[in-house]
Design a protein around this ligand. Structure first.
Ligand SMILES: Cc1cc2nc3c(=O)[nH]c(=O)nc-3n(C[C@H](O)[C@H](O)[C@H](O)COP(=O)(O)OP(=O)(O)OC[C@H]3O[C@@H](n4cnc5c(N)ncnc54)[C@H](O)[C@@H]3O)c2cc1C
Length: 465
């Protein structure tokens, strides 16, 4: 126990890190370096009782609370200048019950832990496409993945959760126990409590899949967008892809396509024949072990870069918009190497399993349009880079919006988990847009489970009056 925390409950079993601690810098670091905040206390909790004690201590000392899962939210939703409840150290586990085809997953787990544990039994669930991302934030805010075309969102596959509430009590949430809370956490994010454990549905999964990157240049964009639009109209249940417009190491803009087909190489090449017939300038797509699929993008999504990001959408793959965006990415990348550089991800996770669900089943907005993630990334941790990165992102967002005027306000706002303003002063207003028609019902749930707004770091919901 640090000497300056002599009043912290002695029953606390985990680790407490304060600014004097040698591990402090590591403890407050986040995936995006600009998401770091100087916490007074980082509490690495060991069990649910520790979570309750940390909540009660913070509340009695008037400290803001942030909950950290994988630490990937670039807006700083898992950081605070108060007390961080960090789940990753002791809650990064996945226990699989192969008979029931379910997994008990710790609230601080990363997707690598889940993917590896489940595939041992030939099983898998919908998870993030970069496997060091946290299960907690990704699931509570939505959860698109390569298996979405088969099984919907990550949050559609949560069967049950254990939640530590603002008053420190520990409850189960499922369709039969506290169903209002179960409804709220599946899309309402961290607004209701600390999820110590998720129970996920698993599915039979073949051990190898067809996946990897193929690269297309500007001259191939029209053909690529045409076959993508055809595929998007009829993607089936086994395919997904992410197309990233960025500038390659040689300074030339390219479209990098991360293909996924849940089958053999022969089946995948046949399925995507029109894409390969274009003749990509590089083709690294092959049959690989399932557990490597969500590691394919890890090398470009490493920890410790400066990042500003924002989601938006477009109605469908469409050449004119893609070309405009592609060329603008190339222009903006003329900035110095250390300065912000853009990357735009057109995320083609087929939506039919997501939009087929009753829209009232969870508060997540099931927009029928493909999501686009706009990123600005930089090396030097300066306010100037943050300012320029933000400006660059909004420049590109403006371009995409201007070409997609028929999008609704909510669709234009994009995926909540991609919003760098999720914790800014405007986030409370934006929550109404992000949660759309579900906002009023979420306010009722908030009033019941967290009337004092103890949890308010991610699109804070105001309790009903
Ligand atoms: C490299 C990268 C790849 C991504 N890929 C995908 C993708 O494929 N699909 C997709 O849908 N999204 C993706 N995302 C977005 C991702 O869903 C969000 O960044 C998400 O917030 C990450 O969750 P986390 O637990 O790592 O983050 P954190 O920063 O730890 O948490 C984010 C929010 O969730 C809350 N939270 C986390 N764990 C818990 C918990 N156990 N209980 C209560 N609240 C909790 C935090 O308090 C915070 O509000 C990606 C993001 C990055 C940076």
């Amino acid at each position: 126990m640090p000497s300056n925390l002599s009043d912290f409950p002695s029953e606390f079993k985990g680790d407490l890190v304060t600014p004097e601690h040698p591990e402090y810098t590591k403890a407050i670091a986040r995936w995006a370096m600009d998401a770091k905040r100087y916490a007074k206390i980082v509490a690495f909790v060991e069990d649910v009782q520790d979570m309750s004690l940390a909540i009660q201590y913070a509340r009695s000392h008037d400290m803001e609370i942030a909950i950290k899962g994988g630490g990937h939210n670039p807006a700083g939703a898992s950081s605070t200048e108060g007390l961080v409840i960090d789940l990753h150290r002791y809650f990064d586990y996945a226990r699989v019950d192969p008979e029931k085809k379910i997994a008990y997953v710790g609230g601080g787990a990363i997707w690598e832990t889940v993917d590896k544990a489940a595939i041992e039994y030939g099983l898998a669930t919908v998870g993030g496409t970069v496997n060091h991302t946290g299960v907690g934030g990704l699931t509570l805010g939505g959860g698109y993945g390569y298996l979405s075309s088969s099984y919907g969102l990550a949050l559609d596959n949560v069967l049950e959760a254990t939640v530590v509430l603002a008053d420190g009590t520990v409850v189960n949430a499922s369709k039969t126990e506290n169903p209002d809370l179960f409804w709220g956490i599946r899309g309402g994010g961290s607004n209701f409590g600390v999820v110590s454990e998720f129970v996920f549905q698993l599915y039979d999964q073949r051990r190898t899949v067809f996946s990897g990157m193929a690269v297309y240049d500007r001259s191939q964009l029209e053909a690529l967008t045409k076959v993508t639009a055809e595929w998007w109209d009829n993607p089936g249940d086994k395919s997904s892809q992410i197309q990233t417009a960025a500038v390659g190491p040689d300074g030339k803009p390219v479209m990098v396509v991360a293909f996924f087909y849940n089958g053999s190489e022969a089946e995948g090449r046949m399925f995507y024949k029109k894409f390969f017939d274009i003749g990509p300038i590089d083709d690294q797509v092959k049959e690989i072990p399932y557990e490597l699929v969500n590691a394919l993008q890890n090398h470009v999504s490493y920890h410790g870069q400066g990042v500003y990001q924002k989601g938006v959408a477009h109605r469908k793959p469409e050449y004119e918009t893609v070309l405009k965006v592609f060329d603008r990415v190339a222009e903006l990348t003329a900035a110095p190497a250390a300065g912000p550089n853009p990357a735009i991800l057109f995320e083609y996770f087929p939506l039919h399993k997501i939009t087929a669900k009753d829209s009232e089943e969870t508060p997540f907005r099931r927009d029928p349009v493909p999501s686009i993630l706009v990123n600005a990334i930089w090396v030097d941790d300066t306010q100037e880079n943050l300012r320029r990165g933000r400006e660059m992102v909004y420049d590109l967002i403006g371009l995409i919006k201007s070409a997609n005027l028929q999008l609704t306000v909510a669709e234009q706002a994009g995926y909540g988990n991609y919003d760098d303003e999720a914790v800014s002063k405007v986030a409370a207003d934006k929550a109404r847009i992000v949660f759309g028609k579900h906002y009023a019902r979420l306010q009722q749930v908030k009033k019941k489970y967290d009337p004092d707004q103890v949890f308010h770091k991610w699109f804070p919901i105001a309790p009903a009056a």
